[in-house]
Design a protein around this ligand. Structure first.
Ligand code: SF4
Length: 323
């Protein structure tokens, strides 16, 4: 493939196909409960990101069992990654989160993914998770929402944190030995192609392990939906999104695994989702565009480790060879 696809990464790491099982916990988000904000991010709906999730009133075991029963026969799956998806899961009290993580460590579980915000990353929690990772032999990864590196866009979407908190969280997670997946939206109305490139460069420079890309959904009942209906925000075309993703991948370090090129959300909850077409069609269009351009992930990733000095060293070596 022309990019590092997650499915291939999982197959190589665990020797077979592995499936994520979405889990909801009874948790909220500091950008909603008043700690850092009350209105949440302008695009975030009342139920968060887990449109297809089971209710948080079910235990973790019940949710794993129900999802496994559905997925295992359909895909002949034997290994799983419970994904604590909704809201900011490390915003729970530490002992409560610890209990849920232990509950998820079942015999066919090879990893656990935990979604959260950069300002909900704390060393104490990371030590606890690193200890479970070692003790139970499961790979624990933190999925961090960033959405954009553009400081001004972060203010506009009311994230309640800036790039600094993201960088701090990444440094701390990396020290703890857990993996990191960053979430980015490549078509925020205020971002242009330079922001897309900078997104790729920042996550590459920070040594993020995985990324998930999303196109912006306009979820009913959100502030973004109001702006959209009032004509205050415009969505770029599908073709431009494809172009942005291809450029992003060109600048992305080739070591980073790509979990998603496009997200998915049910149309009934939204005013706009993926240009009202199937997410897989957009994924296919991105792959076709890469083929047409004969390009690949990392083809423009020449900016790390002293680009200019590398050129100079090259010239010096050429000179020595000639002598
Ligand atoms: S941080 Fe996540 S859960 Fe919280 S408001 Fe923003 S998108 Fe929603």
């Amino acid at each position: 493939m022309r990019y590092n696809a997650y499915s291939e990464y999982l197959r190589q790491r665990y020797g077979e196909k592995v499936y994520k099982l979405p889990i909801s916990l009874p948790v909220t988000c500091p950008n909603r409960d008043g700690s850092c904000g009350q209105d949440g991010c302008v695009f975030c709906g009342a139920i968060g990101a887990g449109y297809e999730n089971l209710p948080a009133s079910m235990t973790v075991t019940m949710q794993i069992n129900a999802n496994r029963e559905h997925i295992a026969p359909k895909y002949k799956a034997k290994k799983f990654i419970p994904y604590f998806q909704n809201f900011s899961n490390t915003y729970l009290p530490i002992e409560e989160l610890k209990g849920y993580i232990y509950e998820a460590c079942q015999p066919d579980v090879v990893g656990i993914a935990i979604a959260t915000r950069p300002d909900c990353i704390h060393d104490e929690y990371l030590h606890m998770l690193a200890k479970i990772q070692k003790e139970r032999g499961v790979d624990i990864s933190i999925e961090l929402g960033l959405q954009t590196v553009n400081y001004h866009s972060l203010l506009k979407i009311n994230r309640g944190h800036t790039l600094a908190e993201f960088i701090d969280a990444v440094i701390r997670i990396k020290k703890s030995g857990l993996e990191i997946c960053a979430h980015l939206i490549l078509n925020l109305p205020w971002d242009d192609i330079n922001d897309v490139i900078e997104n790729a460069k920042i996550v590459s420079a920070l040594g993020i392990d995985q990324i998930k890309l999303h196109a912006l959904y306009i979820v009913r009942g959100t502030i973004m939906a109001e702006w959209y209906q009032q004509g205050k925000v415009k969505i770029i075309s599908q073709e431009e999104y494809v172009e942005r993703v291809v450029t992003f991948l060109e600048y992305l370090c080739p070591d980073i695994t790509v979990q998603r090129l496009i997200g998915r959300a049910p149309e009934k909850n939204t005013l706009f989702t993926n240009w009202q077409t199937g997410w897989w069609k957009i994924r296919d269009a991105i792959e076709k565009a890469m083929e047409a351009r004969d390009t690949y992930q990392g083809s423009c990733c020449d900016y790390l480790n002293g680009k200019e000095v590398k050129k100079y060293i090259g010239q010096k070596l050429d000179f020595i060879k000639k002598c």
